[in-house]
Design a binder for this molecule. Structure first.
Ligand SMILES: [Zn+2]
Length: 274
């Protein structure tokens, strides 16, 4: 599943190529995504517009249109946004094609169809429906040890479960929550209210460092993730605990354990993480 670093990698790949380009046509081949694609909205607010920028909020890509509309794209479980030449063979499961000037095509492909493409019309609130209620961006200054402590100091939840709560931090994701807790030396099962201010500081710093490192490596390719040009990421080579249960800890040699917290697999070193 594409998480924040993978979405950011795609954003960085498409932004310099598509910014300033006009969308000459939109071809919707399949409307049945997580929510039905509203073809009328695309015709009204996207076709004929120039893309003025490509942003990201949590795991949403935000394509800004010259008329003030915003196209929100969430990649779901298996979505991919890629750059193609118009004559490149069409991959199976390509659902939406954007024709841009200068012979550029942006294609949305999604075998499992859990992704989402939605148009926020001009003047829609900055925190459009799908983005409402999201907590601070983990890479922003608003997310730090103090903000984590304020949100969680009284919480009886396991810290790993709280880290995946979008209201606490927008889009840390399971892989990176596991890796950040290892880097901070914190047992994922610890209750939030038992963490010290110093531990919240260490954890916030570890979340930022882990996500930044993953972005620098072009994301994590475990199954089929590719960037906008079809290339794999490399952060999987640096994973210390994620999906490494029963293997030795890279730091101390103890056996990595797996537990399920909040329905998600959690991996940790019983020696390095307390
Ligand atoms: Zn260890």
């Amino acid at each position: 599943m594409p998480e924040l670093p993978e979405v950011e990698t795609i954003r960085r790949g498409i932004e310099p190529v598509i910014t300033g380009k006009k969308i000459t046509a939109v071809h919707i081949l399949e409307t049945r995504l997580r929510r039905p694609v509203n073809e009328g909205d695309f015709e009204k607010w996207v076709t004929g517009q120039t893309i003025t920028g490509v942003g990201r909020r949590s795991k949403y890509l935000l394509l800004n249109m010259s008329n003030g509309a915003t196209l929100l794209i969430h990649l779901g479980m298996s979505g991919h946004l890629g750059l193609f030449a118009p004559d490149a063979p069409l991959d199976k499961h390509t659902h939406i094609i954007f024709d841009l000037e200068n012979n550029i095509q942006v294609r949305y492909r999604d075998p499992r169809r859990f992704g989402l493409l939605e148009v926020a019309p001009p003047g829609a609130p900055a925190e459009y429906a799908s983005l409402a209620g999201l907590g601070p961006e983990p890479l922003s200054a608003e997310f730090n040890g103090a903000s984590l402590a304020e949100a969680l100091a009284k919480s009886g939840r396991a810290i790993k479960v709280a880290l995946l709560d979008m209201r606490v931090a927008a889009g840390v994701g399971n892989i990176y929550a596991n890796e950040a807790l290892f880097a901070a030396g914190i047992d994922p099962r610890r209750l939030c209210r038992d963490l010290s201010a110093a531990e919240f500081d260490a954890l916030a710093a570890a979340v930022k460092a882990t996500l930044s490192r993953a972005i620098a490596q072009g994301g994590t390719t475990l199954n089929d993730y590719r960037n906008a040009l079809g290339e794999a990421g490399f952060f999987q080579l640096e994973l210390a605990v994620y999906e490494r249960d029963k293997q030795p800890c890279l730091k101390c040699g103890a056996v990595i354990e797996r537990v399920v917290l909040g329905g998600r697999s959690s991996y940790f070193c019983p020696c390095c993480q307390r």
